[in-house]
Design a protein around this ligand. Sequence first.
Ligand code: PGA
Length: 260
Amino acid sequence: MNSKRTPLIAGNWKMHHGGASGVTLAGEIVALSRSVPHVELLVAPPFTVLAAIAHECDGSKVLLAAQNVHEKDKGAYTGEISAAMLVDSGCTWVILGHSERRQMFGDTDAWVARKTAAALEAGLSPIVCVGETLEEREQGKTLEVVLRQVAAVTEVLAKASLPVAIAYEPVWAIGTGKVAGPAEAEEVHAAIRAALAKVAPALAEKTRILYGGSLKPDNADALLACTNVDGGLIGGASLDASQFGAIARAAEGLAIRFPS
Ligand code: PGA
């Protein structure tokens, strides 16, 4: 964590809590947001419950994100949702290029870049996810893969006036209980920031680089304390307000120690 950037603790609900239970969880997160004044909180529920959660979060500081977007603004794209529609539903952020989308739904670097541009154009801030597979890590290709994914969106992000974030999520750590150690995470986060700085120093300064992959209350302190870790993108532990709250409080404790 670093005094230059407000920590962002984001919950990626994936395909969970798409109805009444999501509204309840959002209400609990709104309540806990009052106890973490130095931290930004964000929830990314399924599309079906976005509008209801926007209503629940209205007047609070909890930010609302979608988990994907289509690159076109309208047309014959059955089953897809545009950035303008997400804005209409109350979103201000969108998660893009999550490894589950890259692996299961064919999202490529180029496609993620076009979605990022479409999101920003419509007024949505992106959280662009990057990360290597276990095989790539074992082959010593972690930085090559991650920096290639970052390079695909750097120019688009550099033009943005809105806040932007990148989430480093080692694919082998997602939902597995295996977590990158603080030193492993910091190495990649620092490399991402250095790569951004080469192209656009102001972008490197403002971009929140989140860690994701089995981030839990018991490892949050150590990971969030890393200089270039500006928050977290949390899957499993974001489905429960007490666990998400514990991670948010860890970030709050660090933010108070490193005041801006
Ligand atoms: P996890 O998921 O916290 O359950 O590992 C993180 C993510 O996929 O964003």
